[in-house]
Design a protein around this ligand. Sequence first.
Ligand SMILES: O=C(O)CCC(=O)C(=O)O
Ligand SMILES: [Fe+2]
Length: 226
Amino acid sequence: MIIIDNLLDADQVEQYRAALADVPFNDGKATAMGMAAGVKNNGQADAQHATVQALANNLLASLGNHPQVVSAALPQRIFPPCFNRYSESQTYGYHVDAAIMRIPNTPDVLRSDMSMTVFLSSPSDYEGGELVIQTGFGEQKVKGNLGSAVLYPSSSLHKVTPVTRGERIAAITWMQSMISDQTIRESLYELDQSIQSLVQGGKANREELDKLHHVYHNLIRKFSIV
Ligand SMILES: O=C(O)CCC(=O)C(=O)O
Ligand SMILES: [Fe+2]
């Protein structure tokens, strides 16, 4: 599970929120697949609405350009982000995201390798509404800061606990990674982050950095499916 701070700055979140205020939200059950529909109780912004599509495209561009997102997910395809809302007493019980998703208005499908929530509400705006993710080390709870995002393996069971006060608004999306194996993807992320911190530290010698880059790219060459 990876937290990305300030994926969007406060002004950007403000713009998203202002735009979403004028958009119709539908019952989230309509877009849930299979078992998930039975436990989904939230609202979802109408994905056919021009404003929602513009916001989705805007966020898609921010994701595709974000070094930490690219490093962690090595995305090949990103689902157009959806915008959801949990009002008081709304919740989304434990579920697993569909493995294969049809990308709306295209002939393409996407295998969900990583799921993402971008927090468009400040944690002080609501009580409850925690994203809870089951991991091999127990349940992890996330209530992200305004504009931050959490990226987690789509293979994990997860839920959003009931909002008991206020309103929680978020953007969600899924990514198909060029690296389908989670363990290899995580190792590549750690390797890349270490290389980046060596570069930023300014002390590593050029030849050693070249060798590390070489290894990193050759591992991607070996394990990527594109
Ligand atoms: O609202 C969230 O943070 C997660 C929503 C979710 O799990 C989903 O829509 O599949
Ligand atoms: Fe989910």
